[in-house]
Design a protein around this ligand. Structure first.
Ligand SMILES: [Fe+2]
Ligand SMILES: [Fe+2]
Length: 196
């Protein structure tokens, strides 16, 4: 799915995040792009408005600095407005996209209501489960000053939280498959940490 305004939005987000020093290293453009691709894949199976899903995926973490995770969904939704206007989305579409962004985080108790919101939530969580997910966790944890052991503990709690809340069967299937590798890696790591 590549409409002209979606391409414009992608360019705007890419430029913005490139110049934003404080952005979390785990929540830069590459994350947004992977979430968009994953979300579009889920939308193939579950329906929903693909352009809205893709736009929300590109923007969902646009205001996530590494030291301020709390409230980032709300802040990203607010910031999304100017990008959406510039890319040519109308007011009604913008409001819908903002709603999707607001319910994407497992840190917040905001339940996803529409199929688009559920797809965005799931696609985002899947980017945290797998090889990329592991890399993102350690980069993020390092930026916050955590050690390896702390990062592993934090990652395990994040996985448990996300696993319980996935909305779609397809995402649950992918998560369980990827978790085999993650679990293997974390066990190895914990074993080596225990040696000292
Ligand atoms: Fe987020
Ligand atoms: Fe995200």
């Amino acid at each position: 799915m590549k409409t002209e305004r979606l391409q414009k939005l992608e360019n705007l987000v890419k430029e913005y995040l490139k110049s934003k020093n404080q952005q979390s290293p785990a929540h830069r453009f590459d994350h947004a792009k992977r979430v968009m691709i994953r979300a579009l894949h889920l939308a193939e199976a579950y329906g929903g408005d693909k352009e809205l899903v893709a736009a929300a995926a590109l923007l969902h973490d646009v205001e996530e600095t590494y030291d301020a995770k709390d409230g980032h969904a709300e802040r990203s939704a607010q910031k999304a407005e100017e990008f959406l206007r510039e890319a040519g989305f109308n007011q009604l579409e913008t409001e819908k996209i903002k709603e999707l962004i607001k319910s994407h985080s497992s840190e917040d108790d905001v339940d996803a209501q529409s199929i688009e919101a559920k797809i965005l939530f799931d696609a985002d969580k899947l980017d945290g489960i797998g090889a990329i997910g592991i890399a993102r966790v350690f980069m993020y944890a390092g930026k916050l000053g955590m050690g390896v052991g702390e990062a592993v503990e934090w990652y395990r709690s994040k996985i448990e939280k996300a696993r319980k809340r996935l909305y779609t069967e397809e995402a649950r299937k992918i998560a369980e498959e990827n978790l085999k590798f993650v679990e293997w890696f974390l066990k190895e790591l914990e074993g080596e940490l225990d040696e000292i």
